[in-house]
Design a protein around this ligand. Structure first.
Ligand code: HEM
Ligand code: HEM
Length: 277
């Protein structure tokens, strides 16, 4: 809900402003009379370049603004809505500024970095609209914390139950308690599962052990098996929530560093055009 309203904020105010900016830039470009041909150094070229550079500075400022919780200059929601729509206008502003000229130079490096930042931003918006509801689904009535508490609780119960069973069952339960990992490196978080998961191994292993038992031991083993199967399900849910959360965060590790690189390349671009002037 919060993120859906990001796009619709204030009745699509920033979408309208962005559409106006894009239309004005295209009209100015179409009407421009440039005797020496269109390029970044014409009157309009400089205007669009300056607007583009100011926009990029402002978009980067968002990282600082986000952290100033006490500031009252507009809601964060409104800022983000403006960020997304005005950020996207750069595709048109910068392309018209460069008059569709690209080559292997620092100007095009700035342009390419800008496009990469924007594409990662599109992914971010898509993720913000899509994943929060999926995370809620994966967690159900639980929170990440309560899931972990339930899992720890099952581990304790299982180890007590296993005490009266053969060594094989004890080993499986112990390995499941000590070796089951939720999260970890980025890659593990994003994978959302573990092929060598000791809890899954315990579920399969206890089923096999059960076939060799009879009487009371078989009953206890059956209880233990049910506990481990329940744990397996909780672990799967916790991993899924972690994976979705990671997908929600991972793009910022592209968006933000490339924004910094963009500022660097853009500075080089601007300095170099004035240097060779
Ligand atoms: C204050 C801001 C800016 C100024 C003063 C400026 C200036 C210029 C000038 C004078 C040119 C023409 C260079 C030539 O053809 O010899 C140019 C081209 C270009 N600019 Fe900018 N620019 C600015 C912002 C930007 C921004 C924000 C971008 C995109 C991130 C950008 C990307 C380009 C590209 C790709 C070219 C074409 C280079 C080529 O011909 O190979 N510029 N710029
Ligand atoms: C060249 C253009 C852009 C630059 C330089 C830029 C830069 C930034 C920066 C510095 C942040 C703050 C991140 C942080 O500190 O956590 C940010 C956040 C964000 N950007 Fe961009 N951005 C640009 C374009 C876009 C575009 C076009 C979109 C979407 C279509 C977008 C989507 C977002 C989103 C959704 C966030 C919020 C992240 C959060 O609050 O968790 N950005 N951007």
């Amino acid at each position: 809900m919060r993120h859906r309203s990001l796009l619709a904020y204030a009745n699509y105010r920033y979408l309208k402003i962005a559409a106006f900016v894009v239309a004005a830039a295209i009209a100015a470009y179409a009407l421009e009379r440039a005797p020496a041909g269109r390029y970044g150094g014409t009157w309009l070229g400089y205007t669009l370049g300056t607007i583009g550079a100011l926009l990029i500075a402002w978009l980067t400022w968002f990282g600082v603004r986000k952290r100033q919780y006490r500031s009252t200059a507009g809601s964060l929601q409104g800022w983000l809505s403006a960020h997304v729509y005005l950020g996207a206008t750069l595709i048109v502003i910068a392309t018209l500024h460069a008059a569709f000229e690209v080559g292997w130079n620092v100007h095009t490096l700035a342009y390419a970095l800008m496009l990469a930042v924007i594409v990662s931003g599109f992914y971010g918006v898509w993720a913000y609209v899509r994943y929060p509801a999926k995370i809620t689904d994966a967690l159900g009535d639980d929170t990440q914390e309560s899931l972990l508490l339930k899992i720890a609780d099952i581990d304790r119960q299982a180890r007590t139950l296993a005490l009266s069973l053969p060594d094989a069952a004890n080993k499986l339960v112990m390995a499941a308690a000590q070796g089951t990992r939720i999260g970890g490196t980025w890659r593990e978080q994003l994978a959302g599962r573990d092929r060598g998961c000791p809890t899954s191994a315990a579920v399969a292993g206890l089923a096999a052990v059960g076939k060799t038992l009879s009487g009371n031991a078989a009953r206890v083993n059956q209880q233990l098996f049910a506990l481990m199967a329940r744990k397996e399900e909780l672990v799967a849910r916790a991993r899924r929530a972690v994976a979705l959360k990671a997908r929600l965060d991972v793009w910022l590790y592209v968006h933000v560093p490339l924004s910094i690189a963009l500022i660097g390349a853009l500075t080089a671009h601007i300095v170099s055009v004035f240097f060779y002037w």
